[in-house]
Design a protein around this ligand. Structure first.
Ligand SMILES: Nc1nc2c(ncn2[C@@H]2O[C@H](COP(=O)(O)OP(=O)(O)O)[C@@H](O)[C@H]2O)c(=O)[nH]1
Ligand SMILES: [Mg+2]
Length: 462
């Protein structure tokens, strides 16, 4: 009996894929998994919160969300539900909404959360209707702390390789200005003394202070990012490590090298490997969120550094997903699709958005260059999960409520469309915007979410 049902469902699915109907193409698969990746503070949690709000208001209040309508006309959708995802804590949608209600942005994510969007479709073709009255299509989403993603490339390195690259890294770019205290500590440190737990903890704490300081100053390439989270399941106090000068990492008999090498391996096997399997596993489509404002706010060097970070992460975003690549591209000879999405686009006037998009394509250049010979196409677009700002009195201005509760207007200079155009030493202060009381209407007015949904929903074969 079980077998019969299973084969019936299979037939239904096969039939669905025969039709030229775009919708049927999209839903010929049962479960789609999407990883919306991005560094910490890139806007992942807020985007999920908006997405759920949008979908809920469509199904509960009949809010006619246009892009969804195009792909999921109400005549075909019986029901849309958000459900927990097995094996993950439920995404704290209500907690986030309560925060917004209180004028606060959702808390920074410290662990992994999952949710499922289940769309129940009416069978339209009459044969299918006889077989099954409806079919469920499941979309799975996972939210996680952005600090984790920067650590995935550490899986393919030895301790010595990682240490040397991390040491070179912290000695260059804008991060070098925050590494002085750490380097002084290392220079003073007596590595002739054996690596006792106390001494290791002392060093790890000093290194972590550097990571925290650099992070607050807009640096994105920080490893291990996992050490930044207090609630991390990896016990970085007990199994911590830091980069060390090459005089030590080049001597495999050095007690400090041995200690950190062992800890690094523990970090890889006990933490990174399971993390990669549970969070960064195969997905149908890749969406990579990028916050350009942190960089614009600090300096051109910060933007170069963001570009470098994305390029380092390229393998994690795309190629590292070997299952994804082989299942969706190599076997089926399909084109893989990756979307780079600049978030918080409401922070600048509409007139400046083309420049921001242009800048985004330059920032992703290094990451994309890693796949020139792969069947992958890239898209770039802008979103705002919430349209926090209003149009200003000129096309170069926006209006918003600042943290003092005043409704202010700010006029923009031209946002550089290339890194070269940005003067050394210039920066674009980020607006001091607050969560407005009419946050819900502003979520529904978010920009680019339609494009994002379209990217998620449309069939891989055009
Ligand atoms: N103006 C504006 N700010 C946003 C938007 N989305 C996120 N932010 C800001 O970016 C911060 C980080 O967003 P969050 O979703 O927590 O990032 P995550 O670390 O990737 O989950 C938030 O606290 C907000 O201050 C948006 O659509 N518009
Ligand atoms: Mg988050």
């Amino acid at each position: 009996m079980q077998k019969n049902i299973a084969s019936l469902i299979d037939k239904t699915r096969a039939m669905a894929s025969f039709t030229s109907d775009k919708l049927a193409d999209v839903f010929s698969k049962e479960t789609h998994r999407f990883t919306i990746t991005g560094l910490s503070r890139s806007g992942k949690s807020m985007l999920f919160t908006s997405l759920i709000t949008l979908l809920k208001s469509r199904s509960e209040e009949g809010y006619a969300c246009l892009p969804l309508l195009r792909y999921l006309p109400p005549s075909k959708v019986l029901d849309m539900r958000i459900e927990p995802l097995e094996g993950y804590k439920p995404f704290p949608h209500l907690t986030n909404i309560t925060a917004l209600e209180n004028g606060q942005w959702p808390d920074a994510t410290e662990e992994a959360y999952g949710f499922k969007l289940v769309v129940r479709l009416k069978q339209t073709a009459s044969i299918k209707r006889h077989v099954l009255p409806h079919s469920d299509v499941v979309f799975e989403f996972i939210d996680y702390p952005g600090e984790w993603i920067t650590d995935i490339p550490m899986l393919s390195k030895t301790y010595a390789q990682w240490s040397d690259s991390a040491w070179a890294q912290l000695s260059s770019g804008p991060q070098q200005y925050f590494a002085d205290a750490w380097k002084t500590q290392v220079n003073r440190f007596d590595f002739e003394q054996p690596p006792t737990p106390e001494r290791i903890q002392h060093l790890v704490n000093a290194y972590r202070d550097y990571l925290i300081e650099a992070k607050t100053n807009g640096i994105s390439l920080l490893q291990p990012g996992s050490f930044l989270l207090d609630s991390s399941d990896f016990d970085w106090l007990e199994y911590g490590f830091t980069p060390l000068p090459s005089s030590i990492t080049s001597d495999v008999s050095h007690p400090w090298y041995k200690a950190f090498d062992a800890h690094f391996r523990t970090f890889q096997t006990k933490w990174l490997t399971p993390l990669k399997q549970s969070i960064f596993k195969e997905t149908d489509k890749q969406i990579i969120l990028v916050d350009l404002f942190e960089g614009l706010n600090h300096s051109r060097q910060h933007l170069y550094q963001l570009k470098e970070t994305l390029s380092h992460l390229a393998d994690t975003f795309v190629y590292g997903q070997s299952n994804w690549l082989s299942r969706n591209i190599l076997k089926k000879e399909q084109i893989g699709k990756v979307a780079f999405v600049a978030t918080k686009a409401d922070l600048i006037p509409a007139s400046q958005r083309p420049n921001l998009l242009q800048l985004l394509t330059q920032i992703t250049e290094g990451a994309r260059a890693r796949f020139t010979d792969k069947p992958i196409t890239f898209e770039h677009f802008l979103v705002s999960a919430m349209q926090v700002t209003d149009e200003g009195s000129t096309e170069h201005a926006i209006r918003y409520k600042d943290s003092q509760g005043r409704y202010v207007e700010s006029t923009f200079e031209t946002i550089p469309s290339t890194l070269k155009e940005m003067d050394e030493g210039s920066h674009f202060p980020t607006e001091d915007v607050c969560v407005p009381p009419d946050y819900k209407a502003r979520i529904l007015a978010g920009k680019g979410l339609d494009r994002l949904l379209q990217f998620l929903l449309e069939g891989e074969r055009e």
